[in-house]
Design a protein around this ligand. Sequence first.
Ligand code: HQG
Length: 183
Amino acid sequence: MSDAYRKRSKALSYWLRHAPEKGGITLDPNGWAQTAAVLRALQDEGLETPHDMLRAVVDENDKRRFELSGDEQGIRARQGHSVAVEGSWETAVPPPVLYHGTVERFLPAIMREGLTKQKRHHVHLSPDIDTATRVGARRGEAVILTVDAAAMAAAGHEFALSSNGVWLVDAVPPQFLGRTDQS
Ligand code: HQG
């Protein structure tokens, strides 16, 4: 992503996941904002964004964080919210093993109480080690944990899959966690 797109992606993440009111934006119960309101908010930030550019920011986003509605009048984040929204993700049967990228300093708490969702709606899990490594590396040297998703599902934990491929759960109790050889 170019710098210009990254700046806009960060502003969109902030408004569409965490603080719509800071952009003068409202989200409907499914997380949709009016595209026109978002374009206005970008302009107010000095980030003039023609509609075509917004479409490109959405289409070329490195993690496919956002989606436009069919008529492009609406825009929303696919996952990662801290504000209350519902319905952006679907319940799904997970693969047997999923991964979580984190850093060493969180491990004592994680091994004691499991993965908990912190400020977001869900704990985010990755389908592969590469993705988990990138997630963990945002905070330092990545440590990759395995999640025994098969055993969790068998124990009744519900998994959802966002439309950009992120696995979402309420929590991962410590007995389902392990460490990969890589970390
Ligand atoms: C840690 C980004 C202490 C957890 C990424 C993580 C992802 C605990 C942090 C998406 C804990 C939460 C999500 C416990 C979990 N005690 N620390 N019990 N349980 N943690 O950002 O998974 O660029 O909410 O390990 O790429 O890092 O925003 O979650 O380090 O896809 O689209 O608490 O966000 O995507 O941090 O990242 P986050 P995450 P975007």
